[in-house]
Design a protein around this ligand. Structure first.
Ligand code: GLA
Length: 418
């Protein structure tokens, strides 16, 4: 007699359609503030296709915006009071006076919202108080940039209600003022780094504000330049499966800061402004190991640098394959990225490794962790007719390993904040 437990059914996290998201935020606003908002704005989460832990090294990254969005219903006020409510936060209405805001004065999710208003004011934009209600279908803590989605939704909302003039319009999935949006993305990064105290690199905010529907965003983090690379999996009979491992992210902030510090130290030792310089200079690349290895933590530094420079190469390789129409060919590039993040950069974890291994065993053409790591999500490139099968196989592997059940989503390249 067998005692096998029944196979677990995968849990899916669908994206709301726009009308539903807008209505939810508007209803929360009205119920909370007994008034109508001036409008509802929204911004997407992201998955990064490849180019991980390269953004703060001046490298290349290739994110897409997700159809999962954060919705912000906002009304401008005549004073400098900010009143905030979120359907995801049971703590009720938060109130903050902008005159009192400085780094370290606002905690929790409100820091991301107030931080954007603070950064706009620091940049001398005439932004005052506002009432805001948030609702979101971007899974929180899943490494899908729920914080950047929140910042970007607030940024485009304040841009509109205070006529800042940076966000422009989105027409057919494309933003018509990329330069303005690059500035807004920079202000969102300030909010995250300085007000929320998270030392992240900027890819997420760029993806949420500057991505284009149907395209991946090739982001050059050295000068902020972007190129939109057509990314149509459906036309190739493929799909992108997102596995939210739901692994508890312990120590994630400290580990992230340590990786960043190791890269900065290696760049100093190598006498370059950032590791991008090493990636694109054959001589420096050849010498890096000899310079770093004698340091006390030389073995670690060598591996961290090796990840960053090879990952930058992999972004270029991935884009070349996409542009050559060899979409199946990006699978092995994804696999190599995962191995490098796991072995050299050491930011994977058991749940992420189980997810990518199980996805590949079930027929994925390639799979990798996405985002900062230590939990969060993995992505797998799968034949469109095998999405359900691969999800079932991953869910079964998690159950076998005694891990908490993961959640799944399907990613398509969606439009930016607007
Ligand atoms: C997090 C950060 C990004 C980036 C990734 C790793 O998502 O927010 O800036 O560094 O990790 O690629």
């Amino acid at each position: 007699m067998t005692t096998d437990a029944p196979a677990p059914q995968p849990t899916w996290t669908p994206a709301w359609d726009r009308a539903e998201g807008e209505e939810r935020a508007r209803a929360l606003f009205t119920a909370t503030f007994d008034a109508r908002p001036d409008g509802v704005w929204s911004a997407p989460g992201r998955v990064n296709l490849i180019g991980e832990h390269t953004d703060y090294n001046g490298g290349l990254a290739l994110p897409i915006a997700l159809p999962h969005r954060t919705y912000a219903a906002v009304a401008r006020r005549d004073d400098d009071l900010v009143r905030l409510v979120s359907a995801q936060e049971p703590s009720g209405v938060r109130e903050v006076r902008l005159a009192d805001v400085a780094p370290g004065t606002v905690d929790g999710w409100a820091a991301y919202v107030v931080g954007v208003a603070w950064a706009l004011r620091e940049a001398r934009h005439a932004v005052g108080g506002f009432d805001l209600a948030i609702d979101s279908c971007v899974p929180f803590g899943a490494g899908l940039s729920s914080s950047a989605a929140l910042e970007a939704a607030v940024a485009v909302a304040l841009d509109a209600v205070y006529a800042v003039g940076l966000a422009g319009a989105v027409v057919d999935g494309a933003a018509d003022d990329d330069a303005g949006r690059a500035t807004l993305a920079g202000l969102c990064v300030r909010a995250e780094n300085e007000m929320a105290g998270a030392p992240t690199g900027g890819m997420d905010q760029a993806a949420s504000l500057r991505a284009r529907g149907g395209h991946a965003l090739l982001l050059d983090c050295r000068d902020g330049a972007v190129r939109h690379v057509p990314f149509d999996l459906t036309g190739h009979g493929l799909a992108l499966l997102v596995v939210d491992t739901r692994a508890p992210h312990s120590h994630v902030d400290g580990e992230y800061a340590q990786r960043r510090a190791a890269c900065d130290r290696a760049a100093d030792l190598l006498g370059v402004p950032d590791l991008r310089e090493v990636a694109q200079d054959a001589d420096r690349r050849a010498q890096a190991e000899a310079v770093l290895a004698p340091e006390a933590d030389g073995d670690v530094l060598v591996r961290r640098v090796r990840h960053v420079v090879t990952e930058i190469d992999r972004v270029t390789e991935f884009v070349t394959r996409l542009e050559d129409g060899d979409v199946h060919g990006v699978g092995p590039v994804m696999d190599a990225s995962h191995a490098s993040l796991r072995d050299d950069y050491e930011v994977s974890c058991r749940e992420l490794d189980v997810a990518v291994d199980a996805a590949r065993a079930a027929g994925a053409l390639g799979a990798r962790m996405t985002g900062g790591g230590f939990g969060g999500s993995a992505i797998a490139l799968v034949p469109a007719d095998a999405v359900e099968h691969v999800a079932e196989a991953v869910a079964a592997a998690f159950a076998r390993e005694g891990l908490r059940a993961p959640a799944f989503a399907e990613a398509v390249a969606a439009p930016p904040a607007g």
